[in-house]
Design a protein around this ligand. Sequence first.
Ligand SMILES: [Cu+2]
Length: 57
Amino acid sequence: MTCMHCVAAVAKALQKVPGVEAADVSLENEQAVVTGNADTAALLAAIQKEGYEAELL
Ligand SMILES: [Cu+2]
């Protein structure tokens, strides 16, 4: 992620995953904090679908 557009795209993708209550994406840390009860594989897939790399921390 390199700019606010990426952050918005990732946040939007995460929020569309079933079970996600909130997705807080940080450009500075290149991390996203997701609250809710979503499937982690679905979260990673959603980010990768947007064209970004993702890993579980
Ligand atoms: Cu960008």
